[in-house]
Write a protein that binds this ligand. Sequence first.
Ligand code: F0G
Length: 452
Amino acid sequence: MKTIIEPFRIKVVEPLRMTTPAHREQVLREARFNVFNIHSRDVLIDLLTDSGTGAMSSLQWAAMMQGDESYAGAESFFRFRAKVQELTGFDHILPTHQGRASERILFELVGGPGKVVPNNNHFDTTRANIEHSGAEAVDLVIDEALDPRCRHPFKGNIDLAKLEALIEDVGAGRIPLCMVTVTNNSDGGQPVSMENLKQVRRVCDRHGIPFFLDACRFAENAYFIKVREQGYSNRAVRDIVREMFDLVDGATISAKKDGLVNIGGVLLLRDDALAERASSLLILTEGFVTYGGLAGRDLEAMTQGFEEVVHEDYLAYRVRATEYLGERLLDLGYQIVEPPGGHAIYIDAAACCNHIPAPCFPGQALVCALFREGGIRAVEVGSVMFGGDGHPPPLELVRLAIPRRVYTQSHIDYVIEASAAVFARRHELPGLRMTNSPQYLRHFTAEFEEVG
Ligand code: F0G
């Protein structure tokens, strides 16, 4: 069979509210051309993020009824810990309310002024938590990642020569840990190869630097290793996941991605002393070590989610569904970040709207056009998000993130039709002027007006 079907049937449905072009026009204007200001009921297909927006399975909902809401020693925690231990091999497993809570605890302990943290690409909350501690965050992804057309199979890899040069430059003593983000969200949801992870391990060992994963999308990364890296095609994804975690000293995880839940996170540590200090901070700001700011039922949903996410029929469908959207957009003439990533498609908006000068936000213009045309909510990942310091980022992208198990193929076909209509009129799209530019994380609250 050629068609990879959704490996589930639908038992509960949530109606979508159909909207008219006139309504969408009014909504967009009232939102001051910033889709973060739009109420979700006015969005038809919401591709803003894949984080916490997935659908849970019947087994996850059933598991939630077994939530043990005891303050200390809840059974739900021990079931959660056993599942995460089985998957990752870690002993110190701290639940947190989401990824950035794990990041905040970790970098409060190991960050600080004078410290430098390398990564392939830091996600924005990771970078913000590192910088908030006074440390510096450095991105060292391979150069191929900067070329949207380059079809390198592991475009998320860290550049080992750049890593060695950084260590040489600042000294290992100032590097509390080296991080690698799997998959690399900021450069297109691109995977990191096992070979690259092994080599980072070797570099870290040579210099006595701990090695951590930002493992939000660990299962998608493991699946890419299975289908793209030599020697892994006959290995179970579950084993590949274990091999990835065996290479590292710790990990931060947002379970809102590959935990298949709406809220939840994990902090994994091997070092006993560090784990003790992290537990104290967890108690101080998140909650006791057996619930970490979550309800017992949230832990149950995560436990079942971590089981389902390594099922290979699920991952085959997941990766193929994203690839399907990417292939159709390429057929239409869009330049996307190639090859398609695991959780999202990233359109090269600078190439699409090359009549709009960079200071007039071509990415945001494309986001507005997709909403006008089809009620589709995408997100700009370019000069609005990252250009606040006056230095526009190298790529001007628009991300279409795919929530897990939420939309069917006909929803995606609808997105493709709307994208085709936008593409046909791409040279008529107006640019934007920012009328209100907040100092921090401005993409969330910036306001715009259309120009020319
Ligand atoms: N690391 C990566 C690679 C992420 O993509 C995210 C979240 C986080 C850490 C933080 O996790 O949201 O649970 O605190 N990414 C979402 C996104 C928000 O839309 O890409 P969190």
